[in-house]
Ligand binder design. Structure first.
Ligand code: PMP
Length: 305
């Protein structure tokens, strides 16, 4: 990432972007035990606000707990750090990246006696899968890489190490000319995208894999469950096969970065009409209303910076 002006919150202090550095013998850099979050702030009708800040911080602390890392900051401090980073960098809408890692005091595999650190950075980041993708839908390929087995890496932790799997899957798909990868679990059922949860719609019913497939418990996924309920749509969480996606009427990905992105094709098989479907459009529009502060029912999901 290019140097830029601005501040990064680093272990409780605001430091210059260029000075926010760690040592090459940092434990997490070698063994991948760390956890992070991806959070977004929106320029809402009531000013800049972070979407579902508490839930993201809670998931960060839960990820650390799963990884047996004792984060030396409270949820309140981590919430405040995120608000502060948005404020001091004068960002109106942005992506926020908190990361917790194990320090450089010693390099044995056991992290006992090492230090735990936390940083929060923020920057402007538009539509992750492209503005065009949000409107027209994206092309997805089933990955040759399986999603993590639930007892190999911990799938409910947003763990740094889990993302080599996401990187491989995303690179394979994008190098083949697709926009994103769809990963199956080790039993062959649909799990999630490289950085997104998946939903399919068939006969007016919405389906999404239950979390036993090893998908991350996405906060956007949860937001969509609320939206579907408000719209009077049934959601079934169950095992889904890849051919159920081929014959779905509509499909879409969800994620903090990806927001609600329609899927128009899987493995060169057109899904439904091959465009953003009417149910997806309704959900997407409800989602953007909520994150932009246009739905009073969910005002409590927006934390003003
Ligand atoms: N699955 C994976 C692997 C992800 O990286 C993400 C992005 N955090 C998601 C799902 C979606 O989660 P969320 O909606 O909380 O961003």
């Amino acid at each position: 990432m290019a140097d830029r002006d601005g501040k990064i919150w680093f272990d409780g202090k605001l430091v210059e972007w260029r000075d926010a550095k760690v040592h090459v013998l940092t434990h997490t850099l070698h063994y991948g035990c760390g956890a992070f979050e991806g959070v977004r702030a929106y320029n809402t009708v009531n000013g800049t606000a972070i979407f579902r800040l508490q839930e993201h911080t809670e998931r960060l602390l839960n990820s650390a707990k799963i990884l047996r890392m004792n984060v030396p900051f409270t949820a309140e401090q981590i919430n405040e750090a995120q608000k502060e980073v948005v404020r001091v960098n004068k960002l109106q809408s942005c992506y926020i990246r908190p990361l917790t890692w194990i320090g450089d005091k010693k390099l044995g595999v056991s992290p006992k006696g090492n230090t735990i650190h936390l940083m929060v950075a923020a920057w402007e980041w538009g539509a992750y899968l492209g503005e065009e993708g949000l409107k027209r839908g994206i092309r997805v390929k089933t990955s040759s890489y399986a999603r993590h087995h639930v007892n190999i890496t911990m799938t409910q932790a947003k763990a740094v190490s889990n993302y080599s799997n996401s990187i491989l899957a995303n690179m394979e798909a994008t190098e083949d000319g697709y926009d994103e990868a769809l990963l199956l679990d080790t039993a062959g059922f649909v799990a999630e995208g490289a950085g997104e949860n998946i939903f399919v719609i068939k006969g007016g019913v919405i389906y999404t894999p239950d979390l036993s497939a090893g998908a991350l418990n996405g906060i956007t996924r949860n937001t969509v469950l609320h939206i579907a309920k408000d719209l009077g749509l049934d959601v079934v969480q169950k095992r889904i096969t890849r051919d159920e996606v081929y014959i779905a009427d509509e499909a879409f990905f969800t994620g903090t970065a990806a927001e609600v992105t329609p899927i128009r094709e899987l493995d060169r098989v057109q899904i439904g009409a091959g465009a953003r479907g009417p149910v997806t459009e309704k959900i997407q529009s409800a989602f953007f209303d909520i994150v932009n502060g246009r739905n009073a029912k969910y005002a409590h999901w927006l934390s003003k910076v």
